[in-house]
Write a protein of this length. Structure first.
Length: 281
């Protein structure tokens, strides 16, 4: 009897989540074009018969599996701070072509390929974190990660926070090879941002060394029209003013007082890369 009640509860919970369709707006980072190739991010992603959580599962796909977006469905599913459309997709498996429906939150936000490796950027889950402005208060934050895949094997993975759903309107993911740091093959940069005033954007840099990804401290930028802004950036050795194997962190903050006068704050840190680890100078 207990197992029956448990099954009924799970069914009701899934049905409630699936019925959020018309009242929920999908996060922009999960907007994928039709007739375009995309990749699976979440391992063992379920393929369903229809675009609904209660629909039968017809298959599952592993991380980095290629799919073709056929159609974006109107229905939206929200899980925690992630909201995404369902997509009708086609894919190959064992030399056969299949079709089904997948939730967009399980797909890569973006991906890149370099030197025989696939680098996948996606959202993984939602976590509760302490809010520094309110004592003991907890807020929901999205967790993202970058996966390094070679020949469909996971080589390494690095996770980081990406703020609330409001910060998931737009995303970029690039490989930067011009940062001249000792023993660093390349640098990855993942960015998520919102489109409204007061919504933070986040920059995450990751350095690749000997098949190991090393995350730099996360950068956050936010502003409210011309009243307030907080900006953070890194200056790498190849950039203007940069020094060999030294990464400079710079912060600038501006706030206008009641007389419309600007008050600015500045701060900086120096991170020294010795070829294997990063330390504050």
């Amino acid at each position: 009897m207990k197992s029956l009640f448990t099954s009924l509860f799970i069914f009701m919970l899934q049905t409630f989540s699936a019925q959020e369709n018309n009242d929920t707006y999908a996060n922009g980072v999960f907007s994928f074009e039709e007739n375009k190739t995309q990749k699976i991010f979440t391992d063992h992603t379920r393929i369903r018969q229809f675009p609904d959580l209660t629909s039968p599962i017809v298959d599952s796909l592993s991380t980095n599996h290629d799919i073709l977006i056929i159609k974006k469905e109107d229905s939206v599913l929200k899980l925690g701070e992630r909201a995404a459309h369902w997509y009708k997709v086609s894919y190959q498996k064992e030399d056969k072509l299949f079709e089904g429906y997948v939730w967009g939150g399980n797909l890569c936000v973006s991906y890149r390929n370099k030197n025989g490796c696939d680098f996948l950027f996606g959202l993984t889950k939602m976590v509760e974190v302490k809010d520094g402005q309110f004592k003991d208060a907890e807020v929901q934050q999205n967790r993202a990660s970058i996966k390094m895949i070679k020949q469909n094997m996971l080589i390494d993975e690095v996770s980081f926070e990406t703020g609330s759903g409001e910060s998931l309107n737009f995303a970029t993911f690039n490989i930067e090879t011009s940062h001249k740091l000792k023993n660093v093959e390349l640098t990855l940069k993942a960015t998520v941002s919102g489109e409204a005033c007061g919504i933070p954007s986040y920059d995450q840099y990751i350095m690749l060394k000997d098949k190991k990804m090393i995350a730099l401290p996360q950068l956050m930028n936010v502003g409210d029209a011309d009243v307030y802004y907080h900006s953070e950036q890194f200056i790498f050795p190849n950039d203007k003013g940069g020094m060999s194997n030294t990464i400079i962190f710079k912060m600038e903050e501006m706030e206008k007082d009641e007389n419309d006068r600007e008050k600015k704050k500045y701060a900086s840190k120096f991170y020294v890369w010795n070829g294997s680890s990063l330390k504050i100078k």
